[in-house]
Write a protein that binds this ligand. Structure first.
Ligand code: MOS
Length: 707
């Protein structure tokens, strides 16, 4: 049962429209509609404000600015994603689009119309909006240092010392960040699009100065998150404040355009990667200096330089991050934080090193494989990078690759093959789940874990069914309410493992209790429960956080993958087409073959976007996002994605947890982007180190090539 690729148990509800997402849900009483008004400058102060016309507009129930918004707790100096996020607190504009007013009206149209009647003048202060300019003044953190990278570079028989840059990325899930807030009988219920809800409810209660017990967050169905629904954001705070003030449910949704300002982005990065190796391809030095954007508002930090720390052996190592302030709003987690920009840089540099050495890129990685964490000096649990590389090379037909760049042409197309390795941290956090066996013949599982489209409902049902010997159809899974047992939600690829372990432990406790009175020879667990526990029987199971689990001190925990790609680059237009992709992954025991494959394929497509499409651009004059919609912030569409296959190696990581499960959500993106870019190089001989790799950069690099 565990591992079977059964279809999503909530699938019929979703395809028939009966699974309601936050904004579609119904509460007693007609809701009001809130609209957030964002600042029209990037940095400065509000110098004049006139809300008279807006307040008198049809249907308007409330019009707030910093002058009259309700008091909230203070903004912490370096708030985490889930810390209080007070809104409309003063006249300072810290980034383009920052909320400066909030209107609630009887209809969305009335609220939008009234928002347009607010008059605001600003005095601009001229912020720093250009990342490259800010990066010039970067100071690196101490980082992680072993041996002497400078000396090893000086004496290396082969060397790479190159700089790679990655742009701002956004998560852009289909469902917008949105909510309905409802205040009745002294209790606030927020139906919210969110990934990690209990900690978010803590931050929300603190922002609103409510008792935590007064706040329930419910995120039953979530239309994608990818990091963008981890943090506490303006829509939840403003809708809650308004619901409390008016005593009526209030709906607020960001617009697609507002997400670019009000939800964080992946920080842009500039990475200098240094590699030195012997003639035989043994790395003697790995250096990665990564500079990232950060902002005044938030303390969450991308860490691209960390990816190299456990990836390859090398005696001399220096990996450091730096952060420079740019006034464009917050950096937040975006799928594969650290790994996506980090592996674009490191795995491109490895490709460059392989070429300089004349060694097959797969072989170069195999020669630098390690079972021991090179920096923590402890075993790498479930290290199966080599198996991923070998299996992938075999299945893909890597031996058929054009060994010399720009050496294969089919008609108008230059053909290239590329590959890269992936690594992703596996994390374990405290989590709890309640399992109840109901005598009528149903098992009920409850946890605050969310399912942002990942398959949580399904895999949790499979785990409980397997543990109790009950068909999955008889397991009812209820998720994503803060009044269910608390965990750390869906983020960081930890949710499925955390929750499954807790559910399995609850089931084990139930079996022990039933066995004590019924023996172990029974066939029907429900019959025994009816006989011995006519009221039903329930237990709560818990997962230990990694700080208290010796396995997480004795082993370094990662998942692994290898990505292989074939591209065609049009010889005349420089158009890049991915022709086929293969990812081979090792991520512990797989809970559901179908949902796992689907996650990994989604991640691989993400990698194509990182390599070829995605980039959000800032207007350097004022910090505005220039291409703030899905027409101009490009993501791959169906036509961009060809024959794509994800293969999962059979695995069971006994050091991760007793079920052998690790996370998979963010693994698929990993090194996929670098494999695409390496394939473009192999096709054309043109190395683009400034992502995304676009046709204009290939043209600048010399396409069309002389025949
Ligand atoms: Mo993921 S970036 O932790 O949703």
């Amino acid at each position: 049962m565990i591992g079977d690729g059964i279809v999503r148990t909530e699938g019929p509800l979703k395809v028939s429209g009966r699974a309601r997402y936050s904004l579609e849900r119904r509460l007693d009483g007609a809701p009001l509609y809130g609209v957030i008004v964002g600042a029209g400058i990037g940095r400065g102060r509000i110098s004049r404000l006139d809300t008279a016309r807006a307040e008198q507009a049809a249907g308007v129930r409330l019009c707030w600015t910093h002058r009259n918004a309700p008091p909230q707790s203070a903004y912490k100096p370096h708030p985490d994603l889930l810390d209080p996020q007070p809104q409309l607190v003063d006249d300072v504009v810290r980034y383009w689009g920052m909320p400066v007013a909030f209107i609630v009206a009887e209809s969305l149209e009335q609220a939008r119309a009234a928002a347009g009647l607010i008059e605001i003048d600003y005095s601009e202060e001229g912020g720093g909006f250009d990342f490259a300019t800010a990066a010039a003044g970067a100071t690196f953190e101490a980082g992680s240092r072993f041996g002497d990278v400078d000396a090893a570079m000086a004496s290396g028989e082969a060397r790479v010392d190159e700089t790679y840059s990655t742009p701002y990325h956004f998560s852009m899930p289909m469902e917008l960040n949105s909510c309905i807030a409802d205040w009745r009988d002294g209790k606030l219920t927020v139906l919210l699009a969110a990934q990690i809800i209990s900690q978010l409810a803590d931050g929300l209660a603190e922002t609103l100065r409510l008792d935590r017990a007064q706040v329930v967050v419910d995120s039953a169905y979530v239309g994608g998150g990818f990091g963008s629904k981890i943090g506490l954001h303006a829509e939840a705070v403003l809708a809650s404040l308004a619901a409390i003030a008016l005593g009526v449910p209030v709906k607020v949704s960001m617009t697609r355009r507002q997400i670019f300002s009000l939800v964080g982005h992946r920080a842009a990065s500039i990475s200098r990667v240094r590699l030195a190796a012997t003639r035989e391809g043994r790395l003697t030095a790995i250096g990665h200096d990564a500079i990232h954007q950060t902002s005044e508002q938030d303390d969450w930090k991308e860490g691209a330089a960390a990816v190299a720390r456990s990836l390859y052996a090398a005696p001399n190592r220096l990996t450091r991050n730096a952060y420079v302030r740019v006034d464009v709003g917050k950096a937040e987690p975006v799928r594969g934080p650290g790994e996506v920009p980090g592996l674009l840089a490191v795995e491109t540099a490895m490709d460059e090193l392989a070429e300089r050495l004349g060694i097959d890129p797969v072989e170069l990685r195999l020669r630098n494989d390690t079972d021991i964490d090179p920096e923590k000096h402890r075993p790498l649990s479930g290290r199966r990078l080599a198996q991923c590389l070998r299996e992938g090379a075999e299945r893909f037909g890597w031996n058929e690759r054009p060994k010399i760049p720009r050496s294969r042409r089919e008609g108008d197309w230059h053909i290239g093959y590329g590959m890269a390795a992936s690594i992703r941290g596996h994390f374990q956090s405290e989590a709890a789940a309640r399992v109840r066996i109901e005598p009528e013949g149903r098992v009920l599982v409850q946890a605050d874990m969310t399912d942002p489209g990942t398959g949580t409902y399904t895999v949790v049902g499979q785990v409980a069914g397997a543990a109790l010997g009950v068909p999955v159809e008889q397991v009812k899974v209820e998720l994503a309410r803060t009044d269910f047992p608390r965990g750390w939600g869906a983020g960081g690829s930890w949710g499925a493992a955390n929750t499954s372990v807790a559910v399995d432990r609850a089931c084990a406790a139930l079996r022990t209790e039933i066995n004590a009175v019924a023996g172990t020879g029974y066939n029907d667990i429900f019959a025994e429960v009816r006989r011995h526990f006519p009221q039903g029987l329930e237990a709560v199971g818990r997962t230990t956080g990694s700080d208290d689990d010796p396995n997480y001190q004795h082993y370094s925990q990662f998942t692994y993958g290898a990505s292989f790609v074939e591209v065609g680059v049009n010889a005349y237009s420089a158009e890049i087409r991915v022709r086929r992709m293969l990812g081979v992954f090792s991520a512990g025991r797989i809970l559901n073959a179908k949902t796992a494959r689907s996650q990994l394929i989604g991640g691989m497509i993400w990698g194509v976007g990182a390599a070829l499409h995605e980039a959000a651009h800032v207007d350097p004059r004022n910090g505005a996002w220039v291409n703030a919609d899905l027409a101009e912030y490009l993501v791959p569409v169906h036509a961009d994605i060809p024959d794509i296959e994800a293969v999962l190696l059979e695995d069971f990581d006994e050091h991760a947890n007793h079920l052998g499960i690790k996370g998979i959500g963010e693994l698929g993106s990993g090194g996929t982007g670098a494999s695409v870019a390496n394939a473009v190089y192999n096709a054309t001989g043109i190395r683009v180190r400034d992502f995304p790799v676009t046709l204009e950069k290939l043209i600048a690099g010399g396409l069309p090539l002389p025949d």
